[in-house]
Ligand binder design. Structure first.
Ligand code: AMP
Ligand code: MN
Ligand code: MN
Ligand code: MN
Length: 288
């Protein structure tokens, strides 16, 4: 496939379909990305690559350059951190097995979340959330949030997270995800590039953040999301500096989940700052 080295490329390398916690099928995301002027796309469902064939076929039909993708849930320093993988071989069995293991605890966690919600008078949340989950193995807090908006408990999903689904709230259940070394090695072992997703979201102290970036590099991680739907302009500036400091390439992705919920649509982000190495320079030969 042709190489796309230019930093001012409308790449969107982070979004979700019904295969995880998005509301659109892969085919519709491909169409939406293409219509919005995306020039390089990746579908990055949480802990799951079951949508990759469909995304690839849809992108191919639109002549939209595509990179395989996923977003792995990791526990680091007692925080949940997300590691995006790009440009891997989606037939790799170690990656598939690692993701399967990472998905494994979700059902039990969801049942415990529902128990916590029942104690504050919200009943039937497990079954309710499951109805919103396109992929039952991927039942997530987002599906609980949609159920609780539907039943009128809250006005919107952010209110559900704030009142019920974050630490110390009735529907929150601490969970151990994959560890950082494993997640990075599943991605790199399958020929892909590992990317720290939306670093501003984690609420780390400077020391914890330094540890995350240092260990990530030591394990073979190569990039960080600088421009994302989860970052303000100031945060993008800040992580542009961090990318340079740690000699990491930079990624760009909307983290689009749903037309009704996401404030950043596919393909509508600002470009990467010019002095950074775009992650797609490392992946030129993996673009399909
Ligand atoms: P889970 O993997 O089940 O813990 O769910 C995490 C997902 O919840 C993230 O990928 C987001 O899509 C969503 N999420 C997390 N925090 C919020 C929030 N404050 N408002 C809306 N959605 C959120
Ligand atoms: Mn999500
Ligand atoms: Mn994420
Ligand atoms: Mn995401």
């Amino acid at each position: 496939m042709k190489t796309l080295p230019h930093p001012q490329l409308n790449a969107d390398l982070h979004c979700h379909s019904v295969v995880s916690d998005g509301t659109l099928p892969p085919e519709e995301l491909a169409r939406r990305a293409h219509a919005n002027g995306v020039e390089l796309w990746a579908l990055t469902d949480h802990d799951e690559i079951g949508g990759q064939e469909r995304a690839l076929a849809a992108a191919r039909a639109l002549r939209l350059p595509y990179l395989t993708g996923t977003e792995i849930s990791v526990t680091f320093a007692n925080h949940t951190v997300h590691i995006v993988g790009l440009g891997f071989d989606h037939h790799n069995s170690d990656l598939a097995q690692g993701l399967r293991k990472t998905r494994g605890g979700r059902e039990e966690r969801a049942r415990e979340m529902a128990d916590g919600l029942a104690k504050v008078g919200i009943h039937g949340a497990f079954e309710g959330a499951l109805r919103f989950a396109g992929n039952p193995e991927l039942i997530s807090r987002t599906h609980f949030a949609r159920f609780m908006v539907e039943t009128g408990v809250c006005q919107d999903t952010s209110e559900v997270f704030r009142r019920f689904l974050t630490e110390n709230k009735p529907g929150f259940v601490p969970h151990r995800w994959a560890n950082l070394r494993d997640a990075v090695s599943w991605i790199t072992g399958a020929g892909g590039v590992a990317v720290i997703a939306h670093p501003a979201r984690y609420g780390f102290t400077p020391n914890e953040e330094y540890a995350l970036f240092t260990e990530f590099k030591n394990h073979g991680g190569q990039a960080v999301e600088v421009v994302t739907g989860s970052h303000s302009a100031a945060e993008a500036q800040r992580y542009a500096s961090t990318a340079l400091e740690f000699a990491l390439a930079a990624s760009r992705g909307s983290d689009f989940h749903s037309p009704d919920e996401s404030h950043t649509d596919l393909g509508t982000l600002p470009f990467l700052p010019g002095q950074l190495t775009p992650v797609w320079e490392l992946l030129a030969d993996r673009i399909q």
